[in-house]
Design a protein around this ligand. Structure first.
Ligand code: ZN
Length: 316
């Protein structure tokens, strides 16, 4: 059965701009992702649904590509009976689990201290969580993992695609060679390998850049005609774009290596060199980018970490 795919573009208050959600007409009416929780997005969503010939009450299930607020927020406006399906790792975020949020703060405080962040900037920690007001308080009704098929969505297979988020999945239609990719690949910007606290304090943080590269390389093994993306236009040349993203990231990492060869530095010092204009405003994002390059270089054996002091220092 050929699934009809309707793209709906919704506004967000974030720098990334609009977010795309998709209405899939299969055996069930499935919504993939659910925009931010704002009145504006909700209004637009209803208008667009009506334009396609549906109402909110027709939606039977929502599949989440990942837990970020711009992809889940409108769940709060949807009927409580609607099934919510996603990777297990969404749960602590979309329920805004209190213990997890405490652990989240403790994790970032320790992590940023190790990274050598100027204490002045530690006051921004509470701001990290401020985007959660655009998220939701919902719970998954069922979880999916690699290789699963979702009821009512014949032909679409779940691929685990971690990197941008630990909860990230994509839906792949083998026959039609289509991918509903969330934020795994975006045509006009590169996806940020965001640093996340591990699900419990007993685990190590994931090295998201390395995970993300593995995800991209894995996607090269699937024939893909089109990617329906979480932001911007569809991607028609997925394999070329993936190669370009991988190459660019490698180049960026070697610029970082040059800085470290000049002199050993903390992650924060490198971040201020890489993003002199935006690091103050976008500390979370720019530090994730920086740590991504450092994890990558460490993984290649190009840099080592001196963790004997409070602030960790990277040296070549
Ligand atoms: Zn995202």
């Amino acid at each position: 059965m050929v699934t009809q795919i309707h793209k709906i573009v919704l506004p967000t208050p974030f720098d990334v701009g609009d977010v795309n959600v998709y209405l899939l007409e299969g055996d069930s009416l499935t919504l993939v992702d659910a925009g931010v929780k704002t009145e504006e997005a909700w209004k637009k969503f209803n208008e667009e649904l009506g334009r396609i010939g549906f109402a909110v009450s027709d939606i039977e299930q929502v599949v989440l590509t990942h837990h970020h607020p711009d992809h889940v927020g409108l769940l709060d406006y949807l009927d409580k009976d609607i099934k919510v399906i996603g990777h297990q790792h969404n749960e602590v975020w979309i329920t805004q689990d209190n213990d997890f949020l405490k652990h989240y703060e403790a994790f970032f405080l320790e992590f940023f201290t190790q990274s050598g962040i100027d204490p002045v900037f530690l006051s921004f920690l509470p701001k990290l969580k401020s985007t959660l007001k655009y998220s939701c308080h919902r719970s998954l009704t069922s979880t999916v993992k690699e290789g699963d098929f979702i009821q009512g969505l014949t032909g679409w297979k779940v691929l685990e695609t971690p990197g941008h988020a630990q909860s990230h999945i994509a839906l792949y239609h083998e026959q039609q060679q289509l991918l509903i990719g969330g934020d795994v690949l975006i045509s006009h910007i590169s996806s940020n390998p965001l640093i996340e606290p591990p699900q419990s304090k007993y685990e190590e943080r994931a090295k998201s850049q390395i995970q993300y590269n593995d995800t991209l390389r894995r996607l090269l093994t699937f024939p893909i005609k089109r990617v329906y993306t979480g932001h911007g236009e569809e991607v028609e040349n997925a394999h070329d774009l993936i190669q370009e993203r991988l190459n660019k990231q490698h180049e960026r990492a070697y610029k970082v290596l040059k800085l470290i060869k000049e002199q050993p530095r903390t992650a924060f010092q490198i971040c201020t060199k890489l993003f002199p204009k935006v690091y103050e405003k976008q500390l979370g994002l720019t530090m994730s980018e920086t740590i991504g390059q450092l994890d990558y270089l460490e993984n290649l054996g190009e840099v080592k970490i001196d963790s004997s002091q409070q602030h960790w220092v990277y040296y070549a």
